[in-house]
Write a protein that binds this ligand. Structure first.
Ligand code: SF4
Length: 63
């Protein structure tokens, strides 16, 4: 299976300059190892803070 990096990049909302952009398997692995979530889990404003913590995700999604 070929990596769809270029195709994935079109949907990637991450604003951090990063070589993993579009390589979703590496992106998830990287953040998972740090107890975090990738940029695409956060809304636009939160994404720009680069806080990828699960705590922030839960705060953002509480009703
Ligand atoms: S979410 Fe993290 S690993 Fe993924 S492209 Fe952005 S900075 Fe890189």
């Amino acid at each position: 299976m070929e990596c769809k990096q270029e195709e994935n990049k079109k949907d990637c909302p991450c604003t951090y300059p990063c070589e993993k952009k579009g390589i979703c398997c590496e992106c998830i692995k990287y953040h998972r190892e740090r107890n975090e979530l990738p940029a695409c889990y956060f809304d636009k404003d939160t994404e720009k803070t680069y806080d990828r913590s699960i705590k922030r995700f839960v705060q953002e999604n509480q009703t």
